[in-house]
Design a protein around this ligand. Structure first.
Ligand code: NAP
Length: 577
């Protein structure tokens, strides 16, 4: 988004970089640079801002946001207005005016004098001079949706001199995006309606679907000027912003946290490769405990019964509202921690179709929502693609020695693994630190062709399975024990060489478990393959098409090995006034 002006040359360099990165408009945030004060004589700062605007390689918005509206300008209103007047009438040699100035509704409606002075700098229906700068009238709330939003939007509509309206507030849940979309749909002139924060990303990316005038993106991750702002690289690259329109189908990954999920990278690349008009977004839905802030998400899954109920209600309220929104046309979601069991419960409650595997596993990771041409919701189906993905990856390691497979853990992934193996007739031994959960898993999966047995956690050290699958977060970077292995190195060294050791953890790719297993010369299978295979199955369920062979694998491996640092900001305009 905006370029923070600290000095003329670096601002112009950033504007050049924004142009090179694909922006078609930049916002020059001058509130740090301009201090006001010299109302009658032109100050050096004012002269420099005129120069920056005139030499800017892209059309620009000039914004001098006061402290009261989340900016840093602490001078007086009339100095700021005098700057706008100077900019709007900058027709001297080598000078030209900005395309827009942005003035807050609160400032603009504060006095007739301010309105009259701003009116001297912009084009508007009563303007007698030949001016070209247009007014963006804006309102912001960095904390929440303003309680008097409707009143303020109506007040904006009364101001006929404004060519564009901008409404930005902190989204407190994904549902706030839906109201922002309704503001766009009900607009009376070009409108920007954006949710700030992680929950608001949807409103930024989907702005063109609802006729939004522009969206803001940052040149680099560190230059983000509003929370939740994507980088231009994400917006144009990952989310293919330029190709989004009214008919674009919407998909996403539901869970908490999801901001670092690999799924948007692979699915969006898949849509592009097979020519599907669709976009895939992170869709954060917290579990029981709402994060104190987005920078401090809850690190652990929900636990007690009250937590589990709150987590379920959180998913239910948000997902049903997203599905019911005909304009959004949500066609499918991937579901991850902590909502896989919640999705299955919701499917049972709503009478959606449930695949047998998901039913037996007790968890679903994929929702497929059929829609008619008008976007009306048809049949909804839930499936579990983790189970066949685990089976596929294990099979790819080659024939297994006869014998049981040890599944370590008893959570959602362990259930999927045990179900897949036992369905194919394999005997499964479940090792979990909480024996009751292992026993419950075995009981739930009784009656499948292969036997599922709960083993005492201590029995693992003496076990000799033909293969082991780690389904705990042990060894995961950022997890509870990133440097540990769920299987002791001594046990690994004692196993026959044809034993297969598989990790579902894929960050890092070579976990301590896989490193130890490789040192013991055992066969190893990493977790990236499971991620890729479950994602490819979701893609096929949604689009009816295969993702190009190797595409998801290449993207996932590249990203896991070399997580990307972020690139460049700017503004992307969708519509000209
Ligand atoms: P989950 O439902 O929360 O289950 C986690 C399991 O791990 C539970 O059985 C838990 O034991 C056990 N556990 C957690 N911390 C432990 C520790 N410090 N020591 C010993 N056991 C521990 O999670 P999930 O959805 O099954 O996911 C498990 C792992 O699978 C994730 O961490 C992730 O790395 C991996 N995964 C991979 C993919 C992929 O595509 N490759 C997809 C999803 C998940 P208790 O029962 O005693 O609590």
């Amino acid at each position: 988004m905006p370029i923070t002006v600290r000095d003329g040359d670096s601002a112009l360099a950033d504007a050049g970089a924004a142009k090179a990165a694909g922006a078609d408009l930049v916002e020059l945030r001058v509130d740090e640079f301009f201090h006001g004060g010299a109302r009658n004589a032109e100050s050096p700062e004012e002269r420099e801002i005129v120069r920056i605007v005139s030499e800017c390689p892209l059309p620009c918005i000039v914004t001098c946001r006061p402290v009261s509206e989340g900016g840093v300008y602490d001078g007086d209103d009339m100095s700021r207005v005098a700057l706008f007047e100077r900019l709007g009438t900058a027709f001297g040699t080598g000078e030209h005016p900005p395309r827009y100035i942005d003035v807050e509704l609160a400032t603009y409606t504060r006095s007739a004098n301010i309105r009259q002075k701003i009116g001297l700098a912009i084009e508007h229906p009563e303007q007698v001079r030949d001016l070209t700068t247009s007014l963006i009238l804006s309102l912001h709330d960095f904390r929440e949706r303003p309680a008097d939003l409707t009143r303020r939007v109506l007040a904006m509509r009364d101001e006929t001199a404004a060519r564009v309206h901008k409404i930005a507030y902190r989204a407190r849940s994904l549902r706030d995006n839906l109201e922002l979309f309704e503001l766009l749909e009900g607009r009376d002139r070009p409108t920007i309606a954006l949710g700030m924060g992680e929950f608001g990303l949807m409103s930024r990316v989907l702005a063109p679907k609802f006729g939004g005038f522009l969206t803001f993106a940052s040149l680099r991750a560190e230059t983000v000027t509003a929370p939740g702002q994507p980088t231009i690289r994400d917006l144009l690259g990952t989310y293919r912003f330029r190709s989004i329109g009214p008919g674009t189908g919407v998909y996403g990954v539901v869970g908490w946290p999801v901001s670092h999920s690999l799924s948007p990278l692979v699915h969006n690349a898949g849509f592009e490769a097979v020519g599907v008009d669709a976009v895939y977004l992170p869709m954060p839905i917290p579990g029981a405990r709402l994060a104190k802030s987005e920078e401090d998400p809850p690190a652990h899954a929900d636990s007690g019964p009250a937590d589990l109920e709150a987590s379920y209600l959180s998913l239910k309220a948000t997902l049903l509202e997203l599905l019911d929104h005909a304009g959004l046309s949500l066609r499918g979601v991937s579901v991850t921690i902590p909502h896989k069991e919640n999705l299955l419960r919701l499917a049972r409650e709503r009478g959606w179709m449930i695949e047998d595997g998901a039913q037996r596993i007790g968890a679903a990771n994929t929702l497929i929502a059929a829609r008619d041409a008008a976007g009306r919701l048809g049949q909804v189906r839930v499936i579990n693609t983790d189970a066949p993905a685990i089976a596929e990856c294990l099979a790819a390691a080659g024939p297994l020695r006869p014998g049981a497979i040890g599944v370590i853990g008893a959570g959602g992934v362990a259930r999927a693994a045990a179900y897949a193996l036992a369905s194919a007739g394999t005997t499964v031994e479940v090792y979990n630190r909480t024996p009751d959960r292992a026993a419950a898993l075995a009981e739930d999966l009784a009656g499948l062709p292969g036997r599922v047995a709960a083993a005492a956690p201590g029995a693992m050290a003496q076990s000799c399975c033909s293969g082991y699958i780690n389904c705990t977060p042990i060894g995961m970077s950022g997890g509870p024990s990133p440097n540990e292995s769920p299987l002791p190195a001594g046990l690994l060294r004692s196993l026959p060489a044809d034993t297969v050791v598989m990790d579902t953890v894929y960050n890092p790719v070579r976990t301590p478990l896989l490193r130890n297993a490789a040192e013991a010369r055992l066969r190893t299978v990493d977790g990236v393959g499971v991620f890729v295979s479950q994602a490819e199955r979701q893609f096929r369920a949604w689009t009816g098409s295969e993702a190009p062979r190797g595409l998801f694998e290449r993207i996932a491996r590249e990203h896991v090995v070399n997580p990307r640092s972020d690139a460049e900001p700017r503004h992307t305009r969708r519509e000209r006034p």
